[in-house]
Design a protein around this ligand. Structure first.
Ligand code: CA
Ligand code: CA
Length: 261
């Protein structure tokens, strides 16, 4: 085998190895569809903050004082500090926000490119309104393993019930200072801890919401309030086709050289 033939044989082998490595990254397109399941005129939700991650970002704890990240979700819904804390804790995570006010019965979808081998876990957080500091989200960072090592979908949907809604314990219940029915800029510190709470929603009954409907909670403990549905499409990584064609061309060149020899 000549020196140049040897070089291209090695190049072809190296390219094939690189191709295998890139396939192992398991990039998949995950489409998340969110739906407000609450009865007409009941609670709405601020945009849903989401992250696909390695399993180490924990935004809050039941019975613990709410940190600034989850308060940024619970009091007004913007979630800017939640996103910043998530990025700091897990720089490789794929994060985003599924936008729009989710009034009862409404849906929205968004797609994300996710590395299934690196970021198999899913976390979420959104404010529930009207409220002073209520939100939905996962306490356990590894509660929802969405993707298998080969990119397969392990979880079709997440359903949140009324008795899984959190009170951040950061702002006192006060309709005049509540988002969606009052002046969200006002607040009285609650100095409590994160707890389950949906009973307080009834305290807003009869008030006109920011979306124009007259609020009526109607929620029971097991009422479904929110669902996230997932669908996965496998996609080749950018550059895979290029690598594949380069590898095939190199191998064809080596084969021609061998035939010529
Ligand atoms: Ca936690
Ligand atoms: Ca509160």
């Amino acid at each position: 085998m000549s020196r140049s033939t040897l070089f291209f044989t090695r190049l072809a082998a190296a390219t094939a190895l690189t191709l295998c490595a890139s396939v192992q990254a398991q990039q998949v397109m995950v489409t998340a569809t969110v739906t407000n399941l609450a009865p007409a005129n009941s609670i709405s939700f601020a945009p849903l903050h989401v992250g696909f991650h390695s399993g180490n970002f924990d935004a809050f704890n039941l019975g613990g004082v709410a940190a600034a990240g989850i308060v940024s979700v619970a009091e007004g819904g913007a979630g800017d500090q939640w996103q910043a804390d998530f990025a700091a804790a897990d720089p490789s995570a794929t994060r985003g926000t599924i936008g729009g006010l989710r009034t009862p019965g409404s849906s929205a979808s968004m797609s994300f490119m996710v590395d299934a081998s690196l970021n198999p876990f899913f976390s979420f957080a959104a404010m529930a309104v009207p409220s002073n500091d209520f939100f939905i989200g996962n306490d356990d960072a590894q509660e929802y393993r969405l993707l298998g090592a080969n990119g397969q979908l392990l979880l079709g949907s997440i359903t949140v019930r009324a008795n899984e809604i959190w009170d951040a314990g950061s702002e006192v219940f006060d309709p005049t200072a509540a988002a969606f029915v009052g002046n969200n800029g006002l607040r009285t510190p609650q100095q409590s801890v994160v707890a389950f709470n949906f009973g307080e929603f009834a305290g807003f009954n009869g008030l006109v919401t920011g979306a124009g409907y007259v609020f009526n909670s109607q929620l029971a403990a097991t009422s479904g309030v929110y669902r996230i549905d997932f669908a996965v499409t496998s996609v080749p990584e950018p550059g895979t086709y290029g690598l594949l064609s380069a590898g095939l061309m190199a191998m064809a060149w080596v084969a021609r050289r061998r035939r010529a020899a």
